[in-house]
Ligand binder design. Structure first.
Ligand SMILES: C[S@@+](CC[C@H](N)C(=O)[O-])C[C@H]1O[C@@H](n2cnc3c(N)ncnc32)[C@H](O)[C@@H]1O
Length: 820
């Protein structure tokens, strides 16, 4: 269970900026003013000018001209005194930069030069590039810029691929250190497409000396769907998951397959950049985005920190280069700065040909079409990917507000009521003998909290007409006060209240109606319980020690016919990539060294399931983003301007995760040992569990931990589930539990066609319960036909790729709680 306050439904708002690849004019306060007047929220600015670019080029050219070809020395290194001639770029001059510190600096996003090549395999080019970057970063920091975009690494250098990536990563690490208040956004394509890396005039990349390129350059450069993600993984790992290191993701015209999209969704993407050419024309000739783009953007916008959107090369800021227009835009904006007209309004005013920024108008319209938040989203607003310690209601007495949050669940209590009603009906239909002396079915709610299950059980009795005798046990003395009050005010004194740990309760008693338990033992007769109702479940099912608590009370059940609601529950697992959670946990390490060994309750959002079944057909996107044909998701219909004011973007349907059951617990349990006379507790070995689960992973990635869920059978076909695969059918809309996250101390890299094997234990020493989890990674290879025939199996086999394990432990106390 988790504790989350309910919040108001905030309006989605897009933060949209404008970027020009070749911005000619400096971004002045006036430019910012016009940008706002046009309904942009921000502008980008280069840090340096073409003057600076020319200066670096001529310095580099003359330096190269002064060098002899680099050669190896006698010990076989090129890092020789002879080859090392320093080159230093002199500091910036006023002609080198359009930037100056002023009041509008907070509205601009700086962009560092794209013509450098930090990744060059030639150390000289990489070094000159590094110096350019450092000069730019330092000056941007001096001016007070808070956000910088750094063009992503060039991965292709002749026959080499990713060779100088580590130089790039190191330079970024240095930049993070010299500008401690800047957020850095690495500008990345979604996929590694060599065709997009062609050098432009003036780039430093072509200056690479041949000696540093591979001699055999015949290998054709290949499109690699996860190549850019791989590069990002190396950069951020080198920078130790720095909290100021983020992604600016370029959305291509043709989106890649869903697994690539979901991978980026799990990363800290703080900007989405959209080229003017990414827009397509709808039948009316307006620029719109494909359905695939719309649904991807809609998904991103539901993150706790939604990314900003940067429209690139969609035309100049209206008015900036045209005085007349500037007057009208500025005055219109002054009159109605906030309520910029929607596309529909603009069109109804017959101004469609005058819209100077149709792509921006479209994005504002898309903003308005975002579907309202679902109840779960509303409930969890602000809590997406927020790590919480799991509750321990056995050892800790919960606060009223925590119970109040549980009680907001629209499904859980209704399902309990259904389950109790069914059980009561069956009891009567099957003519089972009741334990109540007057023919009433004896019902006990154990761990009643503030009593919502008591109310529901009484209601089920009234609905079915089956009379019940109600017993209620709670060990939290504070909640017990409220139960007593409810008994007077809501339940008409119909409830027998017992303040006790359920494990030391002796059961319903006769002979005295006083529930204080200070009874004369001889005059008291204890009778069984027919229906035992409890809700002691945690996010992983048994992690709030429901098995241990119920073991202590199950002996009170009617031996032949007794029913436990829930009758069983199971824990479920799937491996996930969760880089943001990993970074958060790393950040806590200093103050809490146990942080990486602790499970967390968390509303998982920015994650990627690593093991999935094939993508849902309804969301299929073209498999080759290089294909020229536009797939169904690129159709402009539904995104058209005229009808789009009311049509929400299509729902993003990510691939379905493979979620395996780890273990289960049932009540009745025939294996509960009897309590030894010498001890006050039951030995707990029967509640030990162990599992070993295998998860195939089609695509490479990094496993940061395991997502845990539970399913429970309350009674018959009445079930609750948080498992993403079954939740929709079993208990759609339930909000009481967020998933649990078991982190890995060391994230594990998974190769393409890999396999994650999880070994997990639920351990006990009779005083405590804890989990241990280990994760191994293998590469799977198809069997050769000969091997398949010899081994009579065609399934892939593990190779000796690598086996790495990570283990962690968490402890929960099962000691009897102290209460009145
Ligand atoms: C998760 S809360 C559920 C409360 C309530 N039944 C509901 O569904 O809203 C679990 C409750 O069980 C109580 N509890 C836990 N272990 C118990 C034990 N061994 N004996 C009695 N009460 C216990 C806690 O104090 C808490 O009130």
């Amino acid at each position: 269970m988790q504790t989350v306050p309910e919040t108001e439904d905030p309006v989605y708002s897009f933060c949209i900026g404008q970027h020009e690849s070749n911005r000619q004019l400096p971004v002045s306060s006036q430019a910012i003013h016009y940008a706002h007047a046009s309904n942009y929220d921000m502008l980008t600015t280069p840090i340096t000018t073409s003057h600076f670019h020319s200066r670096v080029l001529s310095l580099l050219s003359s330096h190269l001209a002064s060098l002899d070809p680099p050669d190896y020395d006698a010990v076989g290194t090129r890092g020789t005194s002879y080859n090392t001639k320093a080159v230093t770029i002199p500091p910036l001059t006023p002609d080198d930069t359009p930037l100056t510190p002023n009041e509008s600096i907070s509205q601009v996003v700086g962009i560092t030069s794209s013509w450098i090549d930090l990744c060059s395999p030639d150390p000289l080019i990489a070094e000159v590039s590094r110096q350019v970057l450092m000069l730019e970063v330092a000056y941007a920091a001096f001016c007070g810029i808070s956000y910088l975009i750094i063009p992503g690494p060039k991965l292709q250098h002749g026959g080499l691929h990713s060779e100088g990536l580590i130089y790039y990563a190191r330079a970024i690490q240095e930049a993070l250190n010299i500008a401690p208040y800047i957020q850095f956004h690495i500008w990345l394509e979604m996929v590694d497409n060599p065709d997009l890396e062609a050098s432009e005039m003036g780039d430093l990349a072509p200056f690479v000396r041949n000696e540093f390129l591979e001699p055999s350059e015949d290998r054709p450069a290949k499109l690699d769907l996860f190549g850019t993600w791989d590069a990002w993984e190396i950069i951020r790992t080198t920078c130790k998951h720095h909290s100021r290191l983020l992604v600016a993701l370029a959305l291509p015209k043709h989106l890649p397959v869903l697994p690539v999209q979901t991978r980026w969704y799990s990363e800290p993407v703080h900007m989405l950049t959209i080229e003017g050419t990414t827009f397509i024309k709808n039948p009316k000739g307006y620029p719109v985005l494909s359905k695939g783009h719309q649904s991807l953007i809609a998904r991103f916008m539901r993150l706790r920190t939604p990314p900003w959107i940067l429209l690139c090369d969609v035309g100049p800021i209206p008015g900036l280069e045209n005085d007349d227009e500037s007057q009208s835009v500025a005055s219109a904006a002054a009159a109605d700065k906030v309520d910029f007209p929607t596309i529909a309004q603009t069109m109804s005013q017959g101004k469609k040909h005058q819209d100077p920024t149709p792509q921006l108008s479209y994005m504002r319209n898309l903003q308005q079409r975002q579907p309202p938040r679902t109840p779960i989203e509303r409930f969890g607003t602000g809590y997406q990917d927020y790590l919480q310690a799991p509750l321990q209601p056995l050892t800790v007495n919960l606060e009223s507000i925590t119970y109040e949050v549980f009680e907001k669940d629209p499904i859980k209590y209704a399902w309990y009521e259904r389950a109790v009603a069914k059980a009561l009906n069956d009891w009567m239909e099957q003519k089972k003998p009741t334990s109540g002396p007057d023919g009433k079915v004896v019902v006990a709610v154990v761990g009643a909290g503030r009593g919502p299950l008591v109310t529901r059980a009484l209601r089920a009795s009234a609905e079915t007409g089956v009379k019940i005798e109600m017993w209620v046990v709670e060990k939290n003395p504070n909640a017990f006060v409220l139960l007593q009050r409810h008994n007077e005010t809501i339940w008409d004194g119909a409830v027998n209240l017992v303040k006790s740990d359920m494990r030391s309760w002796k059961g319903p008693h006769r002979g005295n109606t006083d529930s204080s338990q200070s009874l004369d033992a001889a005059s008291v007769k204890h009778t069984p319980i027919d229906i035992l109702i409890s809700e002691l479940l945690g996010s992983f099912g048994d992690n709030e020690l429901s098995p241990e608590c119920l073991d202590g009370v199950t002996h009170l059940l009617n031996p032949g016919h007794g029913i436990s609601i829930p009758s069983s529950y199971s824990a479920h697992l799937t491996p996930i990539a969760a880089p943001k959670l990993y970074a958060d946990i790393c950040g806590q390490r200093t103050s809490n060294p146990a942080a990486p060994e602790t499970p967390y309750v968390v509303m998982l959002h920015a994650i990627d399931y690593l093991s999935t079944t094939s993508s849902p057909a309804s969301a299929t996107v073209p498999t080759s983003h290089l294909g020229s044909s536009i797939g169904s998701n690129h159709s402009a219909s539904g995104g058209g301007v005229r009808n789009s004011a009311v049509t929400p973007p299509p729902v993003f349907e990510p691939p379905v995760p493979i979620v395996h059951p780890a273990w289960s617990f049932s009540h009745h349990n025939p294996n509960i040992p009897t309590q030894p006379a010498s001890s006050s507790t039951i030995p707990n070995e029967h509640n030990v569990r162990q599992t070993r689960l295998s998860f195939p992973c089609q695509h490479r990635g990094v496993c940061h931990g395991l997502a845990g869920y539970f399913e429970t059978v309350l009674y018959d076909d009445v079930e609750l589930s948080t498992n993403p695969v079954t939740m929709e059918t079993k208990s759609s809309g339930m909000i009481s539990w967020f998933p649990i996250f078991f982190p890995l101390k060391t994230p594990l890299y998974i190769p393409d066609g890999g396999e994650i094997v999880v070994t997990m234990y639920r351990q006990t020493d009779n005083r405590k319960v804890w989990y241990e989890w280990m994760v191994e990674v293998f590469r799977l290879e198809p069997r050769t036909s000969a091997a398949a025939a010899a081994e009579n199996s065609s399934s892939p086999q593990r190779t000796d790729y690598r086996t790495i394990t990570a283990a962690a432990v968490v402890v929960m106390d099962i000691a009897e709680s102290v209460s009145g």
